[in-house]
Design a binder for this molecule. Structure first.
Ligand SMILES: *Cc1c(COP(=O)(O)O)cnc(C)c1O
Length: 641
């Protein structure tokens, strides 16, 4: 055990870098536990994750769970709106800010409810990108000053729905993604005699750097080219609907890593807006889309998982960039719309999982002492351990050990050595690697083939969750998510680990971690104490991750715990809502199985065994009940009752 008395929570902060990605919401407390301050306007409010874990256990909720901090959502809505309000004031900007939340980023009802509620004070609206999302958005009773923005490809039904919403008094803007939609919109609005509010989405020449750069440029899937925009505007004019064209839209990608792309897009968008104005199309709004990034890896850089700017800088570039062009061109400042989803939701949820086991390559503890008749390969390998004691050519020892191990594997296949000899050779091999690794730690230069030693020798901690369900982007697009232990951070972590999940898929692992020196393939964690739980948190999962989970291995949705803070007691919190995760029946139903008839089939098999006298009736009843209970149970590993 590694008992380092000089280790403090400051070292833990340095190692895990919580402050670099947490935007002030999470912090390592003096007691070594992670704390959350869910409402940044009330810093006295602090919740200890360990207390949350205890409460969850008390309530009999099984891990893994998604924790949702509703106060964080509210805080983020306020931050974004206040940032625009204060920058606009400083810049003497004449338009207002009318942001919308794109529901695709997290469509959970509780999330949208909270954002709509927190946004009321700011006339914050909603954005929908599909028919199902529009149906959802229409069920919210937003105030007449807030916008409902409709993006995405639209069919006739989508357009009819949007006009119904318009009839009901909502400020619905139909954003045209391709020309044919405009013809449909004009036709149906005349038929229904409803005056639409029309936005045109512009394809931009600026390409946002990062994983979503396909959203900009000539080959972008959405939007109109400049000539199409001019044609569209003229067409509307000819139809007597020139006044319906009220908004210019662009969106150059999500998670924009480089502020330069934002500046260029604003400049380009502002120019198009001004030109349209000169042509007589006096638009009210410019919608700058989403893209406001999150610093997942805490590096403040243009890494794919980071961004080289903060919220205030982003807002300032949008507002001042627009003002500058408008003033030069002598056109009015338009109202500004943005569609930030990731930035609002990412922080509010995290996944808490427990470690249920450890897998080590070098876990074998065979007795490797010399016995008579040992094969030469085994003897040679043993000699290397003696060499290690005296000689310093670590590279040679490492190469020899690797070679003997390979030869041993071949020799075993040819029946030259026994299984037991092979096992002893492997045991010695891993012992040698550990010793080589411990010695090269102090060397300046480490040869290339030995640089992977740390990873080869690291432990794999087995986490009770599914990467595909809870951290889909780490697997799909190499997104980095911060991961930290929730307790014991006042203790020096002594085990280098990668994480594997409980799915049967070899992709079900996480081996990219945000650490002090950048991205590492292993994360130092604490050794597991027998009989004691050890929990990890995966953070910044509130945007996209939350709603992307799939049915991989039939694990399904996680249990969810919604946490609210107390107004009267800053250290206290309460769990207001528990949303049950999927049980086995749920996930089987989705895959077209019929759990009740499955239970029948198994019961028949059991009955047949009873009839044959292979099983006692009482035992048979127990097994039947057990099978049915399992169908009703949580899909993840049961680790406590
Ligand atoms: C996805 C999307 C957004 C949200 O982007 P974020 O980067 O999450 O803020 C906004 N607008 C459009 C058109 C989108 O497709």
């Amino acid at each position: 055990m590694n008992n380092d008395n000089t280790w403090t929570v400051k070292d833990a902060e340095k190692l895990y870098g919580v402050k670099r990605w947490s935007s002030g919401y999470f912090e390592i407390g003096e007691n070594g536990n992670l704390h959350v301050t869910p409402d940044l306007s009330n810093k006295d409010m602090r919740i200890d994750f360990d207390a949350v874990i205890e409460e969850i256990k008390q309530e009999g909720i099984q891990f893994p769970v998604v924790l949702r901090f509703h106060d964080i959502l509210r805080s983020q809505v306020a931050n974004l709106n206040n940032a625009f309000i204060s920058v606009m004031k400083k810049a003497k900007y004449k338009g207002t800010y009318r942001g919308v939340y794109p529901v695709k980023v997290n469509q959970m009802r509780e999330v949208v409810d909270e954002i709509v509620d927190a946004g009321r004070a700011y006339h914050f609206g909603l954005e929908a990108g599909s028919k199902a999302e529009l149906l959802t958005v229409m069920s919210y009773d937003t105030d007449p000053d807030s916008l409902t923005i409709l993006n995405g490809y639209k069919d006739e039904e989508f357009i009819r729905l949007s006009l119904l919403a318009r009839k009901l008094g909502r400020k619905v803007v139909v954003v045209i993604e391709k020309f044919s939609e405009l013809l449909l919109l004009v036709k149906i609005s005349k038929e229904l005699n409803v005056e639409p509010i029309i936005g045109l989405r512009s394809k931009m020449t600026v390409v946002g750097k990062g994983k979503w750069e396909g959203s900009g440029g000539d080959r972008a899937k959405f939007g109109l080219t400049i000539s199409e925009i001019i044609n569209a505007a003229r067409y509307l004019e000819n139809q007597g609907m020139g006044d319906c064209f009220k908004l210019l839209h662009f969106h150059i990608g999500s998670q924009l890593t480089d502020i330069r792309a934002v500046k260029e897009a604003i400049n380009e968008g502002a120019m198009i807006y001004a030109e349209l104005h000169h042509m007589g199309f006096k638009l009210d709004y410019v919608d700058v889309g989403g893209g406001l990034g999150i610093d997942y890896d805490g590096s403040k850089s243009t890494n794919d998982s980071s961004r080289n700017y903060n919220l205030e800088e982003y807002v300032a570039d949008v507002v001042y960039g627009m003002r500058e062009v408008c003033d030069l061109e002598k056109v009015p400042h338009p109202h500004l719309v943005s569609e930030s989803g990731r930035a609002i939701t990412a922080h509010h949820s995290c996944v808490v999982t427990e470690i249920v086991g450890e897998i080590r390559a070098n876990s074998s503890e065979l007795d490797t002492r010399k016995v008579k008749g040992d094969h030469i390969l085994l003897t040679n390998m043993r000699y290397l351990t003696v060499d290690l004691d005296k000689q310093n050519n670590l590279q040679e020892i490492f190469n020899d050990a690797s070679q003997y191990k390979e030869q041993a594997a071949a020799a075993f296949k040819l029946r030259v050595i026994s299984l037991e000899e092979l096992a002893k050779i492997e045991t010695l091999y891993w012992q040698i690697l550990v010793r080589v690794r411990d010695r090269i730690k102090h060397e300046e230069f480490v040869p290339e083939e030995m640089q992977e030693l740390d990873y080869d020798l690291s432990s794999q901690y087995l986490c009770n969750f599914s990467v595909f369900q809870s951290a889909a982007d780490t697997w799909a697009i190499d997104q980095v998510l911060p991961i930290v232990p929730l307790t014991r951070m006042n203790e020096k972590p002594s085990v280098n680990c990668s994480l594997v999940d409980i799915t049967c898929d070899s992709d079900g692992k996480i081996d990219q971690f945000v650490l002090e020196k950048g991205i590492s393939d292993v994360i130092p964690l604490h050794h597991l104490n027998p009989g004691e739980d050890y929990h990890l948190g995966l953070f910044l999962t509130g945007a996209y991750q939350d709603v992307m989970g799939d049915m991989h291995n039939l694990f399904g949705r996680l249990n969810e715990v919604h946490i609210f803070s107390h107004d009267d007691d800053p250290l206290d919190f309460y769990i207001e809502e528990v949303v049950k995760g999927s049980n086995v029946e749920d996930v089987l139903n989705i895959m077209q199985y019929h759990p009740s008839s499955m239970a029948q089939t198994v019961k028949k098999q059991i009955d047949a065994h009873i009839a044959k006298g292979n099983m006692k009736p009482r035992e048979g009843v127990k097994w039947t009940d057990f099978y049915e209970d399992c169908l009703k149970g949580y899909t993840y590993l049961k680790t406590s009752d």
